[in-house]
Ligand binder design. Structure first.
Ligand code: NAD
Length: 283
């Protein structure tokens, strides 16, 4: 089955980026959220991002205009009747996503593929809530979606080979490089990245080195574009703690225990860039 009409559920940070990339790649996109205000914010953001691409000459003004024209917005799930793929990018909460998936499943055609952009929930468990779990898959985009080349494709236990093949084909049409991962907490990238950041916090807490030196060490010694503590500040320390807790509980393995200093920073409200203070200070 060929995909031409895509619905994106959730017009937030990820949803508006996914809608933008799909529309630029020639798909018709229905962007759906719970309120007109959320949709207006999402569309304003993607328009601004498209304008930036035009000013950097990575996109022509005409291409940007055509992309915007391919996007329609709605708060009505009945608009999903004629799409071949739904990408769910709503708030990261299991009960909320189950409700959203049931609403989607009630409207789409029998052959429609459904994907989730979840970062931390089980694709297998979410798949159990739709009528055709074999046509359900994880499409884990990275933030900011238009800039990041990777698409992690997550197979739930029920995902069929045909659904997987369709996801790989979509990645190619979106100009993304896909890697395929099984359904375990953190998939591949966060599973490796987040414990590395946690280790950097443990090293800081042990007084082995300063935050500046830890970050300089990983930038200059490992060619990382940003040091792990600066990256923690960017992600948000509360988000990081939630991911580590999900790993700790999901694997029942003490190697994922969150660094005590991380817990204390979150308790103090030092959440990184968004609060002006994390492992580094921000004006
Ligand atoms: P966000 O809070 O920016 O946006 C979520 C959007 O979902 C909001 O606009 C909200 O109004 C909407 N929403 C809530 N309930 C809804 C419903 N019933 N129907 C339709 N829309 C609804 O969140 P985000 O950062 O864009 O995250 C979305 C998903 O993407 C999450 O699953 C998250 O784990 C995942 N993700 C986030 C990142 C990131 O860096 N932010 C990266 C990869 C994956």
């Amino acid at each position: 089955m060929s995909v031409q009409n895509i619905a994106v559920i959730g017009a937030g940070t990820m949803g508006n980026g996914i809608a933008q990339v799909c529309a630029v790649s020639g798909f018709n996109v229905t962007l759906l959220d719970i309120s007109d205000a959320a949709l207006e914010r999402g569309v304003a953001t993607l328009r601004k991002n498209l304008e930036r691409q035009v000013s950097k000459q990575t996109l022509s003004a005409e291409q940007a205009e055509q992309a915007v024209a391919r996007i329609s917005t709605s708060t009505d799930y009945t608009r999903l009747a004629d799409v071949q793929l739904v990408i769910e990018a709503a708030t990261e909460n299991f009960e909320l996503k189950v409700r959203v998936l049931q609403q989607i499943a009630a409207q789409v055609s029998d052959s429609c593929l459904i994907a989730t952009n979840t970062s931390s929930l089980s694709v297998t468990e979410l798949a159990a809530n739709v009528s055709h779990p074999e046509r359900f898959i994880g499409l884990h985009f990275f933030n900011p979606v238009p800039m990041m080349a990777l698409l992690e494709v997550i197979r739930g236990l029920q995902t069929s080979d045909a659904t997987h093949a369709a996801a790989l084909n979509l990645a190619e049409r979106l100009g993304k490089t896909a890697i395929t991962a099984g359904n375990r907490p953190g998939f591949v990238v966060n599973r490796i990245l987040v414990p590395m950041i946690n280790e950097a916090i443990l090293v800081l807490d042990e007084g082995l080195a300063s935050a500046e030196d830890i970050d300089a060490g990983m930038r200059l010694g490992c060619n990382q574009p940003i040091g792990p503590l600066a990256l923690a500040d960017l992600i948000g320390l509360d988000t990081l703690l939630a991911i580590l807790q999900a790993f700790y509980e999901g694997f029942n393995d003490s190697k994922y225990r969150p660094a005590p200093l991380l817990k204390e920073m979150v308790a103090a409200g030092y959440l990184g860039r968004k609060s002006g203070r994390g492992f580094h200070a921000y004006a």
